[in-house]
Design a protein around this ligand. Structure first.
Ligand code: NAD
Length: 499
């Protein structure tokens, strides 16, 4: 049995705690590896190494640092299939979807090749008599990222590419459910020329997370995961004086206006609702058709599409639309919520609860489920299901439809399908949600823009990657400079003004 340890000081090392977690193939239920769970002392050792390594790395000129990212991008292309198949084996998502996971991270590495530009400060010549003023962006030192299971390549890269390109050293604590790909990414960064100790992967669970949050050397923590843990990490991390950004769960609504192309809307809903078995923070989980006629026509188009979805292991190639969910506990939770929807009066028009796949009886498969006539008070509406379940909530008019995502506690993503520019514009302007799609169901911003939800989908300020990512992992110093020739005689007792 493979035992996955940690990646510290440029190499794989065995865990010392004696504690491990099983890593599963979610399609077969078989244990494929064991991952070490770090102690506080192991985390602290990694931090001490990262702290030493950061000094030289910060002094390396930004262009040289960017060249490591350039090489890293080419290595990701070289190893794409290897990374994607390992990712599928530990996550369960299809092979093309796993490649997408790697590519969306690679795009952030590409963006970071421009780090020298992002790190430039500002300069004002002659801000006062003989006085120049300039600002510089400096790395924070040792920073950390704590990441979820659902994008084991993309989200670690969102974090470490930006932080490292900015001159920090990094501690990554990936999800214990699928640690292999993060370890492979660290090896590729090393192969790309990153000095030892700048990127360290410490595998673990709550003990490692708490050690990160309490560590006095770690200056900033970027977290992505469920809302309860996001809030916990934010509270504890900021209480110990760190800069913290935490991104949490979601309940993404898509409004379908009567003038929308309903075939396009139905295709979009099926892809965005069921892709990756619904285990995406940007999945559409609620469809809100406006008007009864739109709702009836939409349901008519959705049912055959949902019934035709092909569920299976990633090894079945193109014959599969989505794979298993991550754990048996996740499957039981999803099925429990679907049962609650039926009990609370929603109409389950496609029922995937009894889905079974011959030869994969121990896999965590859930068949696609489609609810109609759900209402705001039901658990299937209030909670993030994070499974292959799409819920239709009917609204009489646009204002009622708009109020649903507005009033929901989550604010990650949303979309509207319409042909009317005024409605789309009004929606984009008024909605209190971080990422908005107009006839685009999964509006994940590209690497050079920034990603982040509002309300209980995001804690702290500044988004991930793009310019905000660089702001998060750096701090600004502003220098006011005057040379002796510009100094007037005598002490000044009033606050200096440049007027
Ligand atoms: P999770 O909260 O269970 O785990 C995330 C990380 O926190 C992992 O590294 C895990 O080891 C750690 N963790 C878990 N329990 C902990 C505890 N009690 N104390 C300290 N640390 C703990 O999340 P998950 O199940 O891996 O991921 C799915 C969730 O992530 C969903 O809610 C999804 O919406 C969300 N997500 C959000 C975004 C976003 O950008 N908003 C992106 C992807 C996923």
């Amino acid at each position: 049995m493979e035992e996955i340890g940690h990646f510290i000081n440029g190499q794989r090392v065995a865990g010392k705690s004696g504690r491990t977690a099983d890593v599963f193939n979610p399609a077969t239920g078989e244990v494929t590896a064991k991952v070490a769970l770090a102690t506080t002392a192991e985390l602290q050792e990694a931090v001490a190494i990262a702290e030493k390594a950061q000094v030289g790395w910060a002094k390396t000129n930004p262009q040289r640092r960017a060249r490591v990212m350039m090489k890293f991008v080419s290595l990701l292309h070289r190893d794409m299939d290897k990374l994607a198949s390992k990712l599928s084996a530990e996550h369960g998502k299809t092979f093309p979807d796993a490649k997408g996971d790697v590519i969306r991270g690679l795009e952030v590495a590409e963006f970071c090749i421009g780090a020298p530009h992002m790190m430039k400060g500002e300069f004002t010549e002659g801000a006062g008599p003989g006085i120049d003023m300039y600002s510089m962006r400096q790395p924070l030192g040792v920073v950390a990222g704590i990441t979820p299971f659902n994008f084991p390549a993309m989200i670690p890269m969102w974090k470490f590419c930006v932080a490292i390109a900015a001159g920090n050293s990094f501690i990554l604590k990936p999800s214990e459910r699928n640690p292999s790909v993060p370890m492979m990414l660290a090896e590729l960064m090393q192969e790309a020329g990153l000095p030892d100790g700048v990127l360290n992967v410490v595998n673990g669970d709550k003990e490692a997370v708490d050690a990160i949050l309490d560590d006095p050397i770690i200056q900033a923590v970027g977290f992505v995961g469920s809302t309860a843990i996001a809030e916990y990490v934010y509270t504890r991390g900021t209480a110990s004086g760190k800069r913290v950004q935490c991104f949490g769960g979601a309940k993404n609504h898509m409004l379908i206006m009567p003038d929308a192309d309903l075939d396009q809307a139905a295709d979009a809903l099926v892809g965005a609702g069921f892709g990756a078995a619904g285990e995406r923070c940007m999945a559409i989980s609620v469809a809100v058709p406006v008007g009864q006629e739109t709702a009836d026509r939409l349901i008519e188009k959705l049912i055959p599409r949902v019934e035709a979805l092909k569920v299976g292991p990633y090894t079945a190639g193109d014959d599969v639309d989505f794979g298993p969910v991550i754990t048996p506990q996740a499957r039981d939770r999803i099925l429990g919520l679907v049962n609650s929807g039926v009990e609370q009066g929603a109409k389950l028009v496609v029922d995937g609860r009894d889905f079974k796949l011959q030869g994969y009886e121990n896999g965590n498969f859930v068949g696609p489920c489609l609810f109609d006539n759900a209402t705001k008070d039901m658990d299937i509406y209030k909670e993030e299901i994070f499974g292959p379940v799409l819920t239709v909530v009917r609204a009489e008019n646009y204002e009622e439809a708009l109020s649903l995502p507005m009033d929901h506690e989550y604010g990650n993503g949303t979309a509207i399908f319409t042909r009317d520019g005024d409605t789309a514009r009004d929606f984009a302007s008024r909605i209190n949600i971080g990422m908005v799609g107009i006839n685009v169901p999964i509006p994940v911003p590209l690497a050079y823009h920034t990603f982040g939800g509002w309300k209980r989908s995001g804690f702290g300020d500044l988004n991930q990657h793009g310019p905000d990512g660089f702001k998060f992992y750096t701090r600004t110093k502003t220098v006011t400079s005057r040379w002796p020739s510009g100094v007037k005689e005598g002490a000044e007792f009033s606050i200096p003004t440049m007027g």
